[in-house]
Design a protein around this ligand. Structure first.
Ligand code: ATP
Length: 269
């Protein structure tokens, strides 16, 4: 089927490359586990990509290497033409749990990265932007409450604002909504899509959910385990903006089935 590209997509080389990984590999010295082997990929500006694969196939390792939190054993990672050799200001990250500081209000949590980076006066100035972001994610009126007064979904919305306040070039998302109930998760995914489109953000999501990957992504990187490597890049050509009712369409179902088959094949290896 045409919606599915069996090989890395070379038809869009004109688009601006933001992230480039070339032959990235990782062997953990302690237990000699080859977690990743020969991973090469390019993320284009404004694109949304996901990585999916069975447990232990190296997704988190890949994300940590992209974030500069873990050095690769082989290969190189380049972001905006600069090699990634450590944590960077132009990388925004979001994890499964919101990790807001309980002694800071919502708005204080959001401007914290600015305070750490540029000092208290800059953080004070950034509060206007923080209020705007809170408005975008539907948290107007919750600026001055403490995290224990926010629901799980609201705390993740605040985390999105904290990630966006530094205007990162790329968003690295490690299962950000997997701790939420299904309804909240669907809603947050639609919010994430809207925010990414508004900010023209380049996003890379680790997920265990095929449906989540399909509803959000332009490209899905399917990984195989032992050693972790890219098996295939699936291009999702559903129109944008994506809506939750697309989940019930035959085309959506066909893409999900195709990825499930790829993952089943990977598990057999
Ligand atoms: N710090 C570490 N030291 C040694 N081995 C590690 C370390 N972190 C991960 N590994 C190993 O590397 C492989 C890939 O792990 P990784 O956490 O990247 O996989 P994953 O796809 O994110 O898994 P999951 O979906 O379960 O979160 C696994 O075999 C794991 O045991």
């Amino acid at each position: 089927m045409n919606a599915l590209a069996a090989a890395p997509d070379t038809s869009t080389v004109q688009a601006e490359a933001v992230y480039e990984l070339a032959n990235v590999g990782k062997t953990y010295a302690r237990n000699k586990v080859v977690a990743l082997e020969g991973v090469s990929l390019t993320l284009e500006k404004g694109s949304f990509s996901s990585v999916i694969g069975s447990s232990g196939c190296g997704k988190s390792t890949l994300l940590k290497i992209m974030a500069g939190l873990l050095p690769p054993s082989t290969g190189r990672v380049v972001l905006q033409n600069d090699p990634v050799i450590g944590p960077r200001r132009d990388i925004g990250m979001m994890f499964q749990h919101a990790t807001l500081f309980p002694w800071l209000t919502t708005v204080e949590n959001i401007v914290l990265p600015i305070e750490i980076r540029d000092g208290r006066a800059a953080a004070q100035q950034a509060k206007t932007r923080a209020h705007d972001l809170l408005d975008v994610v539907g948290l107007k009126g919750f600026e001055d409450v403490y995290p224990n007064e926010l629901s799980g979904g609201m705390a993740q919305r605040a985390s999105i604002c904290r990630m966006l306040i530094t205007e990162p070039a790329v968003l690295l998302l490690d299962e950000p909504f997997s701790a939420l109930d299904e309804l909240s998760r669907d809603m947050m995914n639609m919010e994430l899509q809207r925010i990414c489109a508004e900010q023209h953000a380049t996003a890379f999501l680790v997920t265990h959910s095929i449906a989540e990957a399909v509803i959000l992504s332009d490209h899905i990187y399917v990984m195989k385990p032992r050693p972790g490597r890219l098996a295939e890049i699936v291009t999702v050509d559903l129109p944008r903006p994506r809506t939750l009712d697309m989940i019930t369409t035959p085309k959506f179902g066909a893409i999900v089935d195709y990825i499930r088959q790829l993952l089943d094949k990977g598990a057999e290896l």
